[in-house]
Design a protein around this ligand. Sequence first.
Ligand SMILES: [Zn+2]
Length: 395
Amino acid sequence: MKIHLKQDYQYRTIWNVVGKIPGTQSPDEWVIAGNHRDAWVYGAVDPNSGTAAMLEAAHGIGELLKSGWKPKRTLMLASWDAEEEGLIGSTEWAEQHDKELARAVAYFNMDVGVSGPNFSASAVPSLKQFVREVTKAVSSPAGGTVFEAWKERRSRESAREPNREEPENNRVAATSEVRVGDLGSGSDFTAFLQHLGVPATDISSGGDYGVYHSAFDNFAWFKKFGDPTFAYEQQMARVFGLEALRMADVDVLPYDYENYGREISSYLESAQKKSVEKLGKKAPDYGAALTAARRMMAAGAAIAAKQKDPSVDAAKLNRVLRDTEAALLLPQGLPNRPWFRHAIYAPGEYTGYAAVVIPGVNEAIDAGDEARTQQQLAALTAAINRAAEKLESFR
Ligand SMILES: [Zn+2]
């Protein structure tokens, strides 16, 4: 079979629209909440259901501003262009503002806002509990809170299919709390997290969305199947808006680095097992990496006590907390794709949207390359130790 492809290559102007509310206390600490605006065809769900919810969050924030409220940190709302063409709008903006973004405290993404009633989220481990807390404060159209509806559905699903959505490297997170996924790619958080080390989250309310990226993703489908009463649109506006408001106004940044260290430990244990299966006796020694992850967990637990201490120097503590995520960036980036610098998360080279965790190591094992596995494990260990050291530096 032959396929003849005709591509329409041309320079075109794209537009990001970014609204900015300057912070009163820490204007350099940006909180950015964004969603893309371009669509393959009509895009009622992808991205307009997210855009509608973001605009409604903007509406609410506007009402707050009218009442005299101002955020402590600078709050930005971004409508990205050319996401479907390769995350172009958000990537260009993030690269252009890389200096300022070194101090940004969070990027909150929402792409497919609503295609049904099932809430789900992905985040860096430091923000997984933050997302759960936000959903405990928003009511669900199904009754109770978004968190309760989310948790109930997850436990129903795992009773039906015990292994579903609980890959081995996430078994820790799945034990007591509802699972928050890992950030892969396929949306605008990529440049923020994987290139610049800005802590990020991504939220969605999903369902049977068979019309994805087609001409049938239109208003008629949305009204008939997606969200007939628009109640889930309201829910997503609230969750998205509340993420931004809480992060903009909180005194001490709510990152959980004990959990980050714990998740890294579990990624390492899975990789260790896979190493032995794939490389046999040539599998590297994971001792130093596991020690580094345990060190990060301990440092995360120690700083958690400081995060709860009202007498702490919050500005100083916040700088340390923020710099810890950036300490996880690899100075050389990943092999063959140096633009991707995060040591813990990357889009897989062959997995599409799904995340590959500790990508340098896992992809080296998959390639059966023992020398590269050794070298990537050393680079990863150094990154984890940098993050631990950063946390320990707070006195
Ligand atoms: Zn999209």
